[in-house]
Design a protein around this ligand. Structure first.
Ligand code: GLC
Length: 426
């Protein structure tokens, strides 16, 4: 009693009591995580973070963003330039590192124990002037999805060229429609005016031998006859083997048509592989994947390099916890879960030899070489101007596909626009 009667002693007791409490829950924070999503990404993410939440007592609030990467970019740029303290972790596209480098915490020191487990080329893509801007989460390289059952029915082989794909798609589409399968289309892809179209069109152009828009040395190469021939062929698909609506399709719209069994071919990223084989999918067990075709007599196919990373905001309130969460999400255990449940390509090299992954998602070991040889978009040579370069490119392509000017005309204007942009410095 004498103890409690003294106000000083009471205060000491109280502070001991609160210290005991705060060693766990009282210090717990809520980490805000912003991310775009396709398929069941958000549902999966909430499962993936559970062990981290249980271990640390912290919680993660995931704020879903639009699936279009350039819409996310526009929002993030606004938040970051306003120094938004409410967002702790950003999931970032592989092309953003040079543009947002100044806004994120340097992860070099904090990840030095684990970074060597990741593919050096991916780490390099996220390193700007010696600073590790974002931690690799998963990498991406597209596939040509095809219906094994339909190709077999029509005695067609898996196409190796875009020209062959065009003929086979037409043949199967016509045959199926005549047999009453009215909703079937030959080929679905991403034709909306956005970053996804830049990826698709870069593949057409590069696989025709028409270069990669802006070369690694900064040379603007896009205005050439091979690039124009590639775009001409793609234009011929619209409203023949591809639905007219393809000009507003992103990844999810294409997958929607494909997964309901209404397409012979689809161009999409590996995430669609796992979803296509789930129980609710009409194409479960009926499809396989191959590399994208070549074209115009050229003999090398091209896949655009994609991928997502995790960056810690310089302005976030919970940087310590954010960093710990990023390391957990990019760890071998979590990447394995992401591969098994979401068919995402790991950035950790050893996971390509993992037996469980090989059995559950065979696309993953098969896609190691595809992503290692994938073509980067010109974000390194064009640096802070990349988004403008890409949006000028996808606009020129979208106009061509929509019959607003020929490929030749639109590529000439594009070259002039890019030259002007370059003149102002990139
Ligand atoms: C995928 C790729 C990403 C790309 C986007 C385009 O999400 O991983 O790099 O920018 O598709 O839609």
């Amino acid at each position: 009693m004498t103890l409690l009667r003294s106000p000083i002693k009471q205060a000491i007791l109280l502070s001991l009591f609160t210290a005991a409490l705060s060693s766990t829950a009282a210090y717990a924070v809520e980490v805000n995580f912003v991310s775009g999503a396709v398929g069941k990404d958000i549902e999966l993410f909430k499962k993936l973070v559970k062990p981290w939440e249980a271990k640390t007592g912290n919680t993660v609030k995931v704020v879903p963003m639009p699936s279009s990467t350039n819409d996310q970019f526009a929002q993030y740029r606004l938040w970051l330039s306003a120094g938004n303290a409410d967002v702790d972790v950003y999931q970032t596209d592989v092309i953003w590192a040079p543009q947002l480098a100044d806004q994120f915490v340097d992860l070099t020191e904090a990840t030095k124990d684990v970074i060597k487990d990741h593919f050096p080329s991916i780490v390099e893509s996220q390193t700007v002037d010696g600073k590790l801007v974002a931690m690799p989460l998963f990498t991406d390289a597209p596939a040509l999805y095809y219906r094994k059952d339909l190709l077999e029915k029509y005695g067609a082989s898996v196409p190796k060229t875009w020209e062959e794909l065009t003929t086979t798609a037409k043949k199967v589409q016509e045959g199926e429609r005549a047999a009453g399968n009215k909703d079937l289309w030959g080929f679905v892809w991403q034709g909306n005016a956005y970053e996804g179209l830049t990826c698709n069109a870069l593949e057409w152009v590069k696989s025709f031998g028409g270069g990669q828009i802006v070369e690694a040395d900064g040379n603007i190469s896009i205005n050439n006859p091979k690039a124009a021939a590639a775009l001409d062929l793609a234009k011929s698909w619209v409203n023949t083997i591809s639905p007219p609506g393809v000009l507003s399709y992103g990844e999810e719209e294409a997958r929607g048509v494909w997964q309901t069994g209404n397409a012979v071919f689809m161009r999409n990223w590996p995430y669609a592989y796992g979803l296509g084989n789930e129980d609710d999918s009409k194409v479960k067990g009926k499809f396989d994947v191959t590399t994208l075709p070549t074209g115009g007599g050229h003999d090398k196919s091209a896949a655009t390099l994609g991928g997502w990373n995790l960056a810690v905001s310089k302005y976030g309130k919970n940087q310590k916890e954010a960093l710990d969460l990023v390391k957990f999400l990019a760890s071998k255990e979590t990447q394995k879960e992401n591969a098994l449940k979401g068919s995402k390509l790991p950035t950790i090299m050893s996971l390509y030899d993992d037996a469980d992954i090989k059995e559950k998602q065979p696309i993953i070991p098969r896609w190691k070489d595809v992503f290692l040889q994938a073509v980067p978009r010109p974000s390194a040579p064009t640096k802070v101007k990349y988004n403008e370069v890409s949006s000028k490119f996808w606009s020129a392509v979208h106009e061509t596909l929509s019959d607003e000017g020929t490929a030749d005309e639109n590529l000439e204007v594009l070259e002039a626009d890019l030259t002007e942009l370059k003149g102002k410095g990139w």
